[in-house]
Design a protein around this ligand. Structure first.
Ligand code: F6R
Length: 595
């Protein structure tokens, strides 16, 4: 979603802010802008619609003197169409204040009306512009008190040059602490390689940054190390982040398992949960809350928790949970899954669960993010920054961590426990062998490129896999793809099947294999093309399906980690072959910080 960048220091700020906006491009945006006041109070506000290339052309011959406070923004439209007037930074009536904002000002209509009555002139349709005029009318701190909603704000003033005013409520904002310089960013990824120390602003914290001083309050700011390898935020030799991140799968899973999975000792250790171990023992129901891809990993988690932890588990969409009137029961654990750790719906659900005094746990990738901080305990994915908008490696690592968690809870080790842990440890190698065959998937994507509708089928652990495979295809290819439980197909979707409606079936050798075969027979009988993801050595499927991609055999609860890889690759190749920008699909944002 929208991105914020800012700089105050001895270096020339404009190129720094622009480069940092580039690093935030992955979040999704439709317009962009920068603004600055130099130490003499001379200001510039430059903004435009479209890609950052357009902004780059406009700032090419512009220089910002050293000691100039610069702010920049990439906007993902919420209030008002993507046009130049609605792009950030926004200004007050006289162009003496420039302001960038992430979040939503919920009471902006009434604030706008009262400001218009006081004589303020508005130029845009955005909620954000209200904040610029509020600051003009009342000053920074009093303005914040009038805002209802969420904000991460960075503001610069003509009359107080060389300073950036920052504030956070509900939307993330990070301050990078350098030597006589400060950076501002909505996402720490933008600061990788620039600073080693950061402050993740807490809700309600605000402050002023100038060349060699920083004043942040009311809560004392906590300086933390920034632990993001700048290499990880680069594409390297890959044409797209999405492909790079799929190929990172084996390493990502190894990092998720490292130091936690000990097959030789037959144990799983999760340091992040040690502090609540006593409370965990008393949990008699688990609710898993998440959105999108993280929700689908939660569906796999539900089956894992039932099978290994033997705890009744329910997966809920965070956006629905917020408004449901679920009876609150002591002893319920609430597990929040989020790659970004900033998803507004998931965060709001977490706050509700915390208010209900439930034991809240997290599986989060972004270190220091709001969900990581506000859950009582949790386990980091350690997948590294995920830049491609479509989540791939984070999903895989979520499955890894969920498997570990379910085993951690496992009260009486299930049969073949040690062998199972060994098999889990072998998954990264098996993923590597699938990735070696990626060209086969590319060929299949070419073959199926003519179709505009797809049904994805799976059962058991592969039902969520099918849902996630379908989500990947629709996100980056913009074709209709529906995930369905194999057994449900005959209750409706079978009506869609004909020679123009292919099915991608996840039909690996497991408990429900024969059932899936019957479902596929029904499709074949109606001339539906079938592309199957099947277990190596399965001859039966080759006779039934038009095409087969083979994956190595593994234990059923681990299958999703293997089977999702060809589905992610299929979506990737399909999207790129159709000419789409798969790293930044239309209308999507990486971190959805609005409801
Ligand atoms: C899909 C995707 C989204 C996210 C969802 C939740 O590829 O990326 O569906 O999974 O917005 O995001 P997080 O996990 O950051 O809470």
């Amino acid at each position: 979603m929208c991105g914020i960048a800012g700089y105050i220091g001895k270096k020339e700020g404009l190129p720094i802010v622009f480069t940092n906006l580039r690093k935030l491009e992955y979040r999704g945006y439709d317009s962009a802008g920068v603004a600055f006041f130099d130490f003499r109070g001379n200001g510039k506000l430059i903004k435009t619609v479209g890609k950052l290339d357009n902004l780059e052309k406009l700032i090419k011959n512009k220089k910002s003197l050293p000691l100039t406070a610069v702010v920049g923004h990439t906007r993902w439209a919420t209030h008002g169409v993507p046009n130049k007037a609605n792009a950030h930074p926004h200004a007050d009536c006289d162009g003496k204040i420039f302001l960038v904002h992430n979040g939503i000002i919920e009471n902006y209509q009434e604030l706008k009306e009262s400001l218009i009555k006081k004589g303020h002139n508005f130029r845009s349709q955005t909620d954000t512009e209200v904040a610029a005029h509020l600051v003009e009318e009342y000053g920074f701190e009093p303005a914040l008190k009038k805002i209802v909603g969420a904000y991460a704000l960075a503001v610069i003033y003509k009359n107080d040059p060389g300073k950036i005013y920052v504030a956070r409520l509900g939307s993330p904002l990070v301050v990078g602490v350098g030597q006589d310089e400060y950076y501002v960013a909505s996402d720490p990824t933008a600061l990788a390689g620039l600073v080693k120390k950061v402050i993740y602003l807490k809700d309600g914290q605000r402050g002023v940054l100038s060349l060699n001083s920083m004043l942040i309050g009311p809560a004392r700011p906590k300086i933390e190390p920034l632990d993001i390898d700048p290499e990880q935020a680069q594409k390297g030799d890959f044409p797209h982040f999405m492909l790079k991140e799929i190929f990172e799968g084996p390493e990502v899973l190894l990092s998720a398992l490292r130091g936690r999975l000990m097959p030789d000792k037959g144990i799983v250790k999760l340091g992040g949960l040690e502090g609540v171990a006593d409370q965990l023992r008393k949990v008699d129901k688990m609710e898993i809350l998440a959105c999108g891809t993280s929700y689908y990993s939660g569906l796999v988690g539900e089956l894992l928790f039932e099978e290994f932890a033997r705890i009744p588990t329910e997966v809920l969409l965070a956006s629905e949970y917020r408004y449901r009137k679920l009876p609150v029961k002591k002893g319920t654990g609430a597990l929040f899954i989020s790659q970004s750790g900033e998803t507004a719906d998931t965060l709001a659900a977490l706050r509700k669960a915390n208010n209900h005094k439930l034991l809240t746990l997290g599986i989060v990738n972004a270190v220091g993010s709001s969900i990581a901080r506000e859950t009582k305990a949790g386990v980091y994915n350690h997948a590294g920054p995920e830049i491609g908008v479509a989540s791939t490696k984070a999903f895989l690592s979520q499955l890894g961590v969920l498997t570990l968690m379910s085993l951690y809870f496992n009260p009486r080790k299930t049969k073949n426990h040690k062998e199972f842990l060994e098999e889990l440890a072998a998954i990264p190698l098996k993923i590597r062998s699938i990735l070696k065959e990626s060209n086969q998937i590319k060929t299949l994507a070419k073959k199926y490129l003519k179709y505009n509708n797809f049904l994805y089928l799976g059962r058991g652990y592969n039902y969520p896999t099918a849902l996630e495979g379908a989500l990947k295809l629709k996100e980056i290819s913009y074709v209709h793809a529906e995930g369905y439980a194999g057994g449900e197909m005959k209750h409706g979707p079978i009506a869609l099947i004909d020679k123009n409606f292919p099915t991608i079936a996840v039909v690996t050798k497991n408990l429900v294999y024969e059932k899936m075969i019957s479902n596929l027979e029904e499709i074949k009988a109606r001339s539906g093309p079938i592309l199957a993801i099947a277990t190596a050595g399965d001859k039966k499927i080759a006779k039934l399906a038009d095409d087969v991609f083979y994956v190595p055999k593994t234990a059923e609860p681990l299958e999703a980690m293997l089977n999702i890889i060809p589905l992610q690759l299929f979506a990737y190749y399909f999207g790129t072959l159709r000419g789409h920008d798969v790293d930044k699909p239309r209308n999507l944002a990486k971190s959805v910080t609005v409801e």
